[in-house]
Ligand binder design. Structure first.
Ligand SMILES: [Zn+2]
Length: 579
């Protein structure tokens, strides 16, 4: 008995210590060798339960979770922190080293620029820059090149704005595609170059593409983290790494809605700052951020369990994305999680990701799309992945037109306004949208339904439009005018019969020409023929009631003007008093 007890005790002790023993399976020197000059390692570990994800996501850069198998990257500091938790782990070959130079560049395209026709190769860094510049010289009326920023090692972060009249801010949705913020996830890099080429070369011949460029501003950044992708040198993507040159995962470095400005404990990297400035300088309505390592449409939120206000829209758009890929791709492709789509947090929690940052801090709809299991894919497979995906790339851009959109202007000047477009009892966590200057254009992609939409701007009366209908795959145009809080001689005046009886003895009914946009801010003034205001009252009509009784006992016989401000327009009528 005693012996058995001792054995059990030792067994329990062994099990309890086992993870720690596992953690020390490599010496410091061996671990140094795994890091090499990459600054990061790729590994998997077994977690005990899903709660461990919430702890580890603050320690290392989780890349995938399959059941209780967690895949992650870490720099040396992150890995040392990870080891203190005692999880069983295995260091894996780095994804950037799995393919040979010949597999990544089977056609020997080096040095000279190749014709942009097949996109079955990874360009060198210099070729990439030359292509981006080349598009603007070949199609100067359809695109313009933006420098989003410069990487830590001085490489260019470039985005091409593709639209008819690219130099002008037009009243049209802005859609951003960006790839390879994880430098070793390069499928999207080449597919985005291919998409640029496709859009530009089909303008004027393909009706759908022509219409798309006439009505949409499409921003494409093929390479968000060039230092990571060309870690092995500018001549090849071989040796690409996930992190930036500072050993930081840029896609964990953004301000986070839940955790705060620096969720990873690092200062904002130059790449992060460049993206933050670019997001602030534009008004992206929708965006997709392309990754690799899985095959799934990962929609907000990543950082917390609560659902996005537009969760039904995200599921609809995600389902469309995956279904379209399934139609054109081989069986089994893009079927991770729920047949190709997942709520971000339900898969695994991420803090500091760009997706949540764009949604929360820039009122944008950004999704994370994992395009292929292989992070660095055989170059010869790239055209197939283009065929699987390009229809869905186009559909998602088109989706930016659906829901309702329009232009907000000032009632007095007809000038465009920057206004907030908010749906009470629906919007939360900054899902509302804004019209932007200089056009006053806003776009509100939203699931099919009826909505009461409130437009507001500083210095203006708010206005709620009730029962705005959104139908799937359709655009409801909703142009709205807001009335300034101050009004004077320059006001547009709408005259209509308001007063009954007229003449009166000072007791009369005011028949409102419209139910006030904001009952608490609507008022009546009586002005005499000398222009002096002799009576002012706030009026607060019952909901739905457009008749208001007014009594002004001390008004002398004579002619007056009655001015009614509905919170939206000024109405004026003559008022005759006879005593
Ligand atoms: Zn990624």
């Amino acid at each position: 008995m005693k012996k058995l007890f001792l054995f059990s005790f030792l067994f329990i002790l062994f099990v309890a210590l086992a993870p720690t023993a596992q953690s020390q399976r490599y010496s410091q020197h061996e671990i140094d060798n795994f890091f090499g000059d990459r600054g990061e390692i790729y590994f998997k570990c077994m977690i005990h339960n899903r709660q461990d994800i919430h702890i580890l996501t603050r320690v290392i850069s989780i890349d995938n979770v399959k059941g209780l198998e967690l895949y992650a990257y870490a720099n040396r500091k992150e890995f040392d922190a990870f080891l203190t938790y005692g999880f069983d782990y295995t260091i894996l070959p780095h994804p950037g080293t799995l393919l040979s130079e010949a597999e990544l560049n089977p056609f020997g395209y080096k040095g000279s620029l190749q014709p942009a026709t097949t996109w079955n190769f990874y360009p060198t860094y210099d070729q990439y820059v030359a292509y981006m510049v080349g598009f603007t010289t070949t199609y100067p009326t359809l695109c313009k090149l933006d420098t989003v920023g410069t990487s830590m090692q001085g490489r260019l972060i470039l985005a091409l704005k593709i639209s008819r009249n690219p130099a002008i801010d037009e009243a049209e949705p802005e859609v951003l595609y960006t790839s390879s913020i994880h430098g070793d996830e390069t499928t999207g890099y080449v597919l985005m170059l291919h998409l640029i080429d496709y859009l530009l070369s089909n303008y004027g011949t393909d009706a759908a593409v022509t219409n798309m460029l006439n009505t949409t501003a499409i921003f494409i950044n093929p390479l968000a983290n060039p230092d990571g992708t060309y870690h092995g040198g500018n001549g090849s993507v071989s040796g690409a790494v996930r992190y930036n040159a500072n050993g930081v995962d840029v896609n964990r470095n953004f301000p986070d809605p839940k955790v705060g400005p620096h969720p990873d404990g690092n200062a904002w990297q130059v790449e992060t700052q460049a993206w933050m400035a670019y997001a602030a300088a534009n008004h992206f309505n929708m965006s997709a951020n392309f990754h690799g390592g899985s095959e799934v449409f990962n929609y907000p939120w990543d950082t917390w369990a609560k659902l996005n206000a537009d969760d039904d829209w995200w599921q609809f758009v995600g389902r469309e994305w995956a279904d379209t890929v399934h139609k054109y791709g081989p069986a089994g492709y893009f079927t991770d999680e729920i047949n190709g789509i997942t709520n971000g947090y339900a898969w695994y929690e991420v803090n500091g990701g760009r997706q949540d940052y764009m949604n929360y801090f820039h009122n944008c709809r950004e999704v994370t799309v994992e395009l292929s299991y292989d992070k660095l894919m055989l170059a010869t497979l790239l055209p197939s992945y283009w065929n699987y995906n390009f229809h869905t790339f186009l559909n998602y851009i088109t989706e930016s037109h659906y829901g309702f959109n329009g232009i907000v202007t000032d009632t007095v000047t007809d000038q465009p306004l920057a206004a907030k477009v908010f749906i009470a009892l629906h919007d939360k966590d900054f899902t509302e949208v804004y019209s932007s200057l200089p056009t006053g254009f806003y776009a509100r992609p939203i699931a099919q339904g009826n909505y009461n939409v409130t437009f507001s701007a500083p210095g203006y009366f708010s206005k709620t439009i009730t029962n705005v209908v959104s139908t799937k795959w359709a655009t409801t145009i909703l142009n709205v005018q807001l009335r300034p809080l101050t009004y004077g001689m320059q006001d547009k005046v709408v005259t209509s019969l308001l007063v009954y009886p007229n003449p009166s003895d000072g007791k009369f009914k005011l028949i409102l020409p419209e139910y006030p946009a904001n009952p608490s801010s609507c008022s009546v003034q009586v002005i005499n023929t000398l222009g002096s205001v002799v009576y002012t009252a706030e009026i607060n009509p019952e909901p739905g009631n457009t008749v208001v009784n007014i009594s002004i006992p001390d008004l002398q016989t004579g002619l007056y003007f009655l001015k009614f401000n509905s919170g939206y327009r000024i109405y004026l009528d003559k008022l005759i008093i006879k005593r």
